[in-house]
Design a binder for this molecule. Structure first.
Ligand SMILES: [Zn+2]
Length: 353
C-alpha cells in the first residue's frame, strides 16, 4: 500500500504542475501572506459522510487538490456535494478547467470546483449543504488526465458580485471546513480529512491507550503499549503499520520511515522525541487556548509531553499547566509566546520541532 501511495503522490504532483503551468508567472495571492478569520459560512468538506480525503496545496495555495484516501482509488466518479447552502452561480465546461461548478453561498463567499466528470445542477438552482451537485473527474487539460477535485474558496473582495478563480491572482482565499482552516501555504498536505457528519470521527486508536507521562524512544525490537500507541497514530497518518500488536517489527519501521518522509524529519525508522511530537500532534489544527477542551486538547498535551520531555497532564482540558507548557514550548522554539495554539504552534509540533 505504501508503494502505491508514493506512486500516487507522483501522479498528483504531475497533475499539479500542469495546473501550475496554467498559472505561470502570476504573483502570490494576498491570501498567502494574510491570515483570515473563519468565514461566516459554515463550510463542510464537499464529500459523502464516512469518506476520507487527502488535501494538497502543491504549488497553488490556497487552492486545494483532493483525492480519496488511502490510495486515490474511488476518486474518479466520487459524489461531490455542496459545502454549504447556496445558489449555483456557474455550471459550464471550460476549455482548460473542464467541467466547472461555482456556488454562491452569500456573504461574498463562493466555492469553485474544477475537472468534474459530470454536473447535476444548473445555474440558478438553490442547493442545500450536502446536496449532490456532480461527480469528481479529470476533465480539462489542466487535470492532466489525473482524477482529482480542484477546490477553491473564493471571496468577492472587489464587490462585483462574483469571485474570480483559477489563477494565483484570483479572489481565492484559504478554505475552511468544519471550523478548521486549510491551504495556508504551498507544499502542505492534510491526510484523512473527513466531513463532520456528527458522531465520533474515524480513528485507528479506539481502545488503545495514547496517554503516557513520557514517550520514550522506541525502535525495531521494542514492544509494549507505547509501540501500540505509535502503531495506531501511524495508521491515522495514512501509513498503515499493520495490526496494533505492540511489536515494533519491519512493518512499523517502514511505516515510521514513510511518516518521517511525509513530515520532513530525518528518516531513520526510530521513534524518538521529534517523531513522537509529529506523530502525537498529527491531525487538524484548531486554535486552542485557555478554556478549550476536548480530544484536540488531549492531542496537544501528548505532543507537548513528547516535545518538552516533561509530563503535561493529559486530561483534555486547557488549564494553567497546559498554558505554561505551551509558553515554554513557544519560547524554546522561537515562536511568538502568547500561550495560544494557532497555526504556527501546531505547524511546529507537526513538523516534529
Ligand atoms: Zn489543482
Amino acid at each position: 500500500m505504501k508503494r502505491l501511495l508514493r506512486l500516487g503522490k507522483l501522479f498528483v504532483a504531475v497533475a499539479a504542475s500542469a495546473v501550475l503551468a496554467f498559472q505561470a508567472g502570476a504573483p502570490a495571492s494576498a491570501d498567502d501572506v494574510r491570515a483570515r478569520s473563519a468565514p461566516p459560512v459554515d463550510f463542510q468538506l464537499p464529500f459523502t459522510c464516512g469518506q476520507q480525503w487527502r488535501l494538497d496545496t502543491w504549488a497553488h495555495a490556497p487552492a486545494l487538490d483532493m483525492v480519496r484516501e488511502p490510495d486515490q482509488v474511488g476518486t474518479e466518479g466520487a459524489v461531490l456535494v455542496a459545502a454549504a447552502d447556496g445558489v449555483v452561480n456557474m455550471s459550464f465546461s471550460h476549455a482548460n478547467a473542464g467541467n466547472v461548478i461555482q456556488i454562491n453561498h452569500g456573504n461574498g463567499y463562493f466555492t469553485t470546483h474544477l475537472h468534474l466528470q459530470s454536473r447535476s445542477v444548473a445555474v440558478g438552482t438553490a442547493v442545500k449543504q450536502g446536496q449532490t451537485i456532480g461527480r469528481v473527474g479529470k476533465t480539462g487539460p489542466t487535470s492532466n488526465g489525473h482524477p482529482h477535485l480542484h477546490f477553491e474558496l473564493g471571496y468577492d473582495a472587489n464587490g462585483n458580485g462574483e469571485a474570480s478563480w483559477g489563477t494565483s491572482t484570483s479572489e481565492r482565499v484559504r478554505p475552511w471546513f468544519d471550523g478548521v482552516e486549510y491551504g495556508q501555504s504551498n507544499g502542505r498536505t492534510w491526510r484523512n480529512v473527513a466531513r463532520d457528519c456528527g458522531g465520533t470521527p474515524p480513528t485507528s486508536c479506539s481502545g488503545v491507550n495514547l496517554d503516557f507521562s513520557a514517550y520514550a524512544t522506541i525502535r525495531s525490537g521494542s514492544s509494549g503499549d507505547l509501540v501500540r500507541a505509535a502503531q495506531c497514530r501511524l495508521k491515522d497518518s495514512g501509513n498503515d503499520p499493520g495490526a496494533p500488536d505492540g511489536a515494533f517489527g519491519p512493518n512499523v519501521q517502514s511505516a515510521t520511515r514513510a511518516f518521517q518522509t511525509d513530515v520532513g524529519l530525518s528518516v531513520d525508522g526510530v521513534i524518538g522525541a521529534k517523531t513522537w511530537t509529529a506523530l502525537l500532534s498529527y491531525g487538524s489544527t484548531p486554535t486552542l487556548q485557555s478554556g478549550s477542551s476536548g480530544a484536540d486538547v488531549s492531542r496537544l498535551q501528548r505532543a507537548l509531553t513528547a516535545a518538552l520531555g516533561s509530563t503535561v497532564g493529559i486530561d483534555g482540558s486547557f488549564g494553567p499547566e497546559t498554558g505554561q507548557a505551551v509558553r515554554t514550548y513557544q519560547s524554546s522554539r522561537a515562536l511568538g509566546v502568547d500561550g495560544i495554539v494557532g497555526p504556527a504552534t501546531w505547524g511546529a509540533l507537526q513538523d516534529g520541532r
